[in-house]
Design a protein around this ligand. Structure first.
Ligand code: 2HG
Ligand code: ZN
Length: 475
């Protein structure tokens, strides 16, 4: 299988041999098991079928690989930690998977300029640890941090749990080195905080899902270590109270570092599947909010805020993490939702966003719509980075249910959700991207003219169309 617009000029065997000539035998994987696991991401709905997996160790090798593929019209799927949730790194049509995981060196930590420079295959957690060792903080934080790689974070403009305080990946990137489809190495690597000298091209590659170039090196900003972090988990009776908590917290002048929520059903599923998980509450509640904030030593900022929320009747119950073990436990109740849902059943995912002031109206309309639908054998699990207006909706059915039937029922509801979302001017993807799974829904969020300009942009940077073909939109 190949992509319709690409007619390879060489046979598969010759293409593989050429890859071996560039990176060596040890760095080209052909074993069926390897093809299966390196050819897919966490989406798991497409059958992986890559031609081979190539693992270069240098930018120069990436350049040679892309030049060869461009000259010979071979499709390439760039690959990071493969933790994506919309099939952006899936190779199901004979693509060459270009894995950056052997380019995994931290090149520099600058404590004065507060920057860190790394190759694309470095994991997010390695960056966090390196920043910590140097007395600073790398603020990108997501549940997949142990596996996902900074090149993939950049390519998908990953969001995560600290976006409310520090911004997403885009806000952390100061410089990039990118290899273009024709093999040209584009150096946009100057680590300046201010640089208004013409178009800032690096931003085009951030969030482009590997369709415009391959990220090989990244310069990121670091920030001072946050002050003494406080974490509270709150039980809330109605969704409408959640924006009120945010509003009260903002009005009291605290520095929020995370504001997450999940529903009762999400909580129950985590308690069932996460070994050792416990609920901090006596009574079950419809919604839970996790609030993390900074406070100076000895200040009672969190206590005061919770006191006010109780007095105003906004929250029903709350607990503050008393030590680092509890801190991890509370975060675990949120961060393990995705894995617990996968263990629990078959899952279809939405990752939507709305302006904060539209959240309440949208969720009320959504709940009304779902009450009318009342789908059999299906839970709709809501959670997410609600402080940024990012709502994850997961449709979950028992594993025993026929998968086709599950997806067709879930799809019918999903379409209604997207239509409603468009009325509220929201986005069908807040942070996970479009990849393969959400291509057909791009029109809910982007105008025809926007997509036309996206296509023009793609044609300019990758005229042959070898880079991650079929992702975001078809050519
Ligand atoms: C999270 O916020 C991730 O935990 C995954 O973005 C969300 O599984 C999901 O839908
Ligand atoms: Zn998320």
């Amino acid at each position: 299988m190949t992509h319709a617009h690409l007619t390879p000029k060489v046979s598969p065997a010759v293409a593989i041999e050429s890859m071996v000539n560039i990176v060596g035998k040890d760095s080209v994987l052909l074993d069926p098991q390897d093809l299966k696991s390196w050819g897919t991401d966490w989406t798991k709905v497409f059958e992986p079928e890559p031609l081979c997996i190539v693992q270069p160790k240098t930018t120069e090798a990436v350049s040679k690989i892309l030049k060869y593929c461009n000259d010979n019209q071979l499709a390439v799927t760039p690959s990071g930690g493969r933790t994506g949730l919309c099939a952006g790194a899936v190779a199901s049509q004979g693509e060459i998977v270009l894995s950056l995981h052997k380019m995994n060196k931290i090149l520099d930590v600058d404590a004065v300029g507060m920057t860190i420079t790394a190759e694309a295959g470095v994991t997010t957690e390695m960056l966090q640890n390196a920043a910590k060792d140097a007395g600073m903080f790398f603020p990108l934080d997501l549940a997949a941090k142990g596996s996902c790689q900074i090149g993939g974070n950049v390519a998908t403009n990953a969001g995560g749990v600290k976006l409310i305080r520090y911004g997403g990946t885009r806000e952390q990137v100061l410089g990039l080195e990118v290899v273009l489809a024709n093999g040209e190495v584009l150096d946009m690597n100057v680590a300046l905080r201010k640089n208004n000298s013409g178009y800032d091209l690096k931003h085009l590659f951030i969030g482009s899902e590997g369709t415009l170039g391959v990220v090989t090196k990244v310069v990121l900003r670091l920030v001072p270590k946050p002050k003494n972090l406080q974490l509270a988990i709150m039980a809330v009776g109605s969704f409408t109270d959640i924006p009120k908590i945010l509003q009260t917290a903002n009005a009291s002048g605290v520095t929020i570092t995370a504001f997450e929520f999940f529903t009762q059903v999400a909580h129950k599923i985590v308690l069932k599947h996460l070994p050792g998980a416990r609920t901090p509450f006596q009574e079950i509640s419809d919604y839970y909010v996790l609030l993390e904030l900074e406070q100076a030593e000895g200040e009672g900022v969190m206590e005061n805020l919770l006191g006010k929320l109780f007095d105003d009747g906004i929250i029903a119950d709350a607990t503050i993490a008393a030590n680092s073990t509890q801190f991890k436990e509370f975060w675990g109740l949120r961060e393990n939702i995705t894995e617990s849902l996968s263990a629990h059943g078959q899952v279809r995912k939405n990752d939507i966003s709305l302006a904060i002031d539209k959240l309440e109206g949208f969720v009320a309309a959504l709940q009304q719509m779902l009450a009318n639908e009342n789908p059999k054998d299906m839970d709709l699990v809501l959670f997410g980075h609600i402080g940024d207006g990012n709502l994850h909706i997961n449709y979950v059915s028992p594993k025993s249910r026929d998968s086709k039937d599950f997806h067709s029922v879930a799809r019918a509801i999903e379409e209604k959700v997207f239509k409603l979302l468009a009325e509220f001017k929201g986005s069908i993807s807040a942070e996970h991207g479009i990849g393969l799974t959400k291509k057909k829904d791009l029109h809910f969020t982007r105008t025809e003219r926007e997509v036309a300009w996206m296509r023009q942009t793609k044609k300019m940077w990758d005229p042959v169309g070898i880079l991650n073909p079929g992702k975001i939109f078809d050519l």
